[in-house]
Design a protein around this ligand. Sequence first.
Ligand code: NAP
Length: 254
Amino acid sequence: MTQSLKGRSVVVTGGSKGIGKGIARVFALSGAKVAIVARHPDQAEAAAAEIGHGAFGVVGDVTALASIESALAVAAARNGRIDVLCANAGIFPQARLEDMTSQQWDEVVDTNLKGTFHAVKAAVPYLKTSDQGRIVLTSSITGPITGFPGWSHYGATKAGQLGFMRTACIELAKYSITINAVMPGNIVTEGLAGLGEDYQKTMAASIPLKRLGTVEDIGYAALYFASKEAGYVTGQTIIVDGGQILPESLEALA
Ligand code: NAP
């Protein structure tokens, strides 16, 4: 495993649960100083206490620029700087197109897409002063590659993150800041558990590796993008999905 995250200051938005908590744990075990940002401070602090290794919780809401700016200011004050932003906070409520309200659309876009912009914008002033400035986005296979009923708004935000990244990558290159995205398949998280056991069973059956992913599977991909060794990789994506996007039909899985 890379040693280059040792002592680095890392902020993980949405780090109190699920994939974000997995990312936070993997970075903390790699010697990074991790700040976990979420709207519920009690849950952020509980996750930090569980992870240990000096991790701490900070309250912040990515839908409001001022809120994420103050969260990052707290993280920077506590750790002395910020080297890595993992912009992971996201929601995935389901609503079919014909039933979807503008409010439901806005809620998902404000959190997943505008929230990514807010977190990146707030982090750049700190990352500019780092010699290993890194941004890692949590996108998805849903949207950029696949579709699923009820997730047209969600898929639009996850594809939108990649469009955002491709221009941000060029603008941030002059500061030697890299920005890349992990595209998870179906990962066992608190959020996914809410979709029910049937969803999880059907999904596992459609995945060549025959299991859902773990949050650590995503954490290690994020760790690579954040490492010193990935310093020449920017504007790129990695799919971590157990092969889910590959079968052409159910027969392909037989
Ligand atoms: P989760 O278990 O529901 O956790 C979501 C996290 O985001 C929590 O820490 C939550 O804390 C935080 N959060 C939500 N809204 C926020 C806001 N406005 N500001 C700051 N933090 C906020 O979700 P997950 O399954 O781990 O998903 C995490 C990311 O992975 C999302 O971007 C999602 O799109 C992506 N993803 C997940 C899967 C999957 O299979 N699970 C697959 C592909 C991609 P608070 O509620 O306290 O704010």
